[in-house]
Design a protein around this ligand. Structure first.
Ligand code: ZN
Length: 434
């Protein structure tokens, strides 16, 4: 078998891995980079370019038979998407629509809603739904997906078998979320694979204490108890574990958890796959708020009907204002006009619950400045990573005993030396035979 990591041997984001056996090829993930040419990658800077030009500029990896304009090469046999983070699927619009795309059904739903409500474009031409621990064949390969614990819902690792060899691609994962049991199971999944492509986002931050989602929930309860006004929460709407933590903390402190329409749609799209709160009579402490920008967005996309989907569970600005300290509410920079209309934030606090690095972005800095100007009393930073800490990576290597560990999705490949095992460094785009 031949492995080519097209992007990710020395960076986080933009993951693309190609595996070849006897002329048959699969590609795992087709991610958008997070940084390019030493700058934060913003696709709007490049969206005027066509696909061929994106390949010329090395933004898209040059993989023969992968893209819709390539009629000169045998198409890739299958594309696997590990999870619904754009640094793992963001370039899917460029794929040849005849190539089957293997992904979780909930992942497909999350991609669809992202396309509906963000500038991202794309459609999965031939979705093939995968399920935890259900092996399938794709050409020469036998592939087994393993559900993992990650900040993205419905995230998978893959065991890829061919020619009597076994490769494990971990995808993104952690061991301290609400599905930590998946990590414990994975430790015993397959001993001594020929190669373990191991994500190392947290490499470079050894020894850092990583709280689990339950601890985070306890901290959120304390903040909510100590806040005399509404608690504003800035987090990712697609981080289902985190939403559950804040919903539970709100319920425990007698607060109604107010989510925006976008988050409501996300919970609705994935609720069929796990037990989570979603807008319904069953969860009467969960209410839906309609931010102005989202209503305008839906109108512009001719999706007005979605605006009435949760009318029985709607909460308006007046009710939010009058309920004051009995509210916790998701916010983001685009809600500024709504927050202005709600007013009276001087007893409020903000929980910032995302990676600290995003705070350097101007839009977030301006949002925090605005909240401070509104006299929001306290700003708390309460977050835990979606990625495994170094001690859990070490445990995984120890238990799986791989023939070789290949660093991927990391800025610190040399840090892998601390994990033990045989570390095999690859370069982007250079094939490696096992
Ligand atoms: Zn991820």
């Amino acid at each position: 078998m031949k492995i080519t990591v097209h992007r990710g041997t020395k960076e986080i984001g933009g993951s693309v891995v190609e595996i070849e056996s006897k002329g048959c090829r699969i590609v795992i993930d087709i991610g958008m980079p997070l940084a390019f040419n030493d700058r934060k990658f913003d696709f709007s800077d490049y969206s005027h370019l066509d696909g061929k030009e994106l390949v010329n500029q090395q933004i898209l990896p040059d993989i023969k038979g992968l893209y819709h304009w390539d009629e000169n090469h045998k198409p890739v046999d299958g594309v696997l998407i590990s999870h619904a983070h754009q640094d793992h699927y963001g370039f899917f619009d460029y794929l040849n629509r005849d190539i089957p795309v293997y992904l979780g059904e909930a992942t497909k739903n999350l991609m669809d809603i992202t396309v509906l409500l963000t500038p991202l474009e794309g459609e999965v031409g031939k979705p093939q739904y995968i399920a935890d621990n259900n092996s399938f064949t794709c050409g020469e390969f036998c592939i087994t997906p393993y559900l993992m614990d990650h900040a993205a819902f419905d995230a998978y690792a893959f065991l890829v078998e061919a020619e009597g060899k076994r490769i494990i691609y971990t995808g993104d994962f952690r061991a301290h979320g609400r599905k930590k049991g998946m990590f414990n199971r994975f430790l015993h999944a397959h001993r001594e694979p020929d190669a373990l492509l191991l994500e190392g986002t947290m490499m470079g931050r050894p020894g850092e204490h990583v709280m689990d989602e339950e601890e985070l929930e306890e901290e959120a309860v304390k903040i909510m108890e100590n806040t005399g006004g509404p608690v504003l929460i800035y987090t990712s709407s697609q981080n289902i574990d985190r939403l559950v933590s804040f919903y539970r903390a709100s319920k425990r402190t007698g607060r109604t958890f107010v989510i925006d329409l976008y988050t409501a749609l996300i919970l609705d799209y994935v609720r069929g796959y796990t037990k989570i709160p979603y807008p319904s009579h069953e969860y009467d402490k969960l209410k839906v708020f309609y931010p102005m920008w989202l209503c305008q967005k839906l109108a512009s996309k001719n999706q007005q009907k979605l605006m009435f989907k949760y009318k029985k569970h709607k909460i308006d600005k007046n009710e939010i204002r009058s309920k004051g300290k009995n509210i916790s509410m998701l916010v983001r920079p685009s809600f500024k006009p709504d927050l202005k209309a709600i007013g009276n934030l001087n007893e409020a606090s903000l929980i910032y619950s995302m990676w600290e690095g995003y705070l350097e972005e101007e839009v977030n800095q301006k949002f925090l400045d605005y909240l401070e100007s509104e006299n929001v009393k306290d700003i708390y930073h309460l977050h835990t990573s979606g990625h495994a800490c170094v001690s859990d990576l070490k445990l995984l290597v120890k238990k799986l005993c791989p023939q070789r560990v290949i660093p991927i999705h990391t800025f610190h490949p040399t840090g892998y030396e601390s994990l033990g095992g045989n570390i095999c460094y690859l370069d982007d785009g250079k094939p490696f035979n096992i």
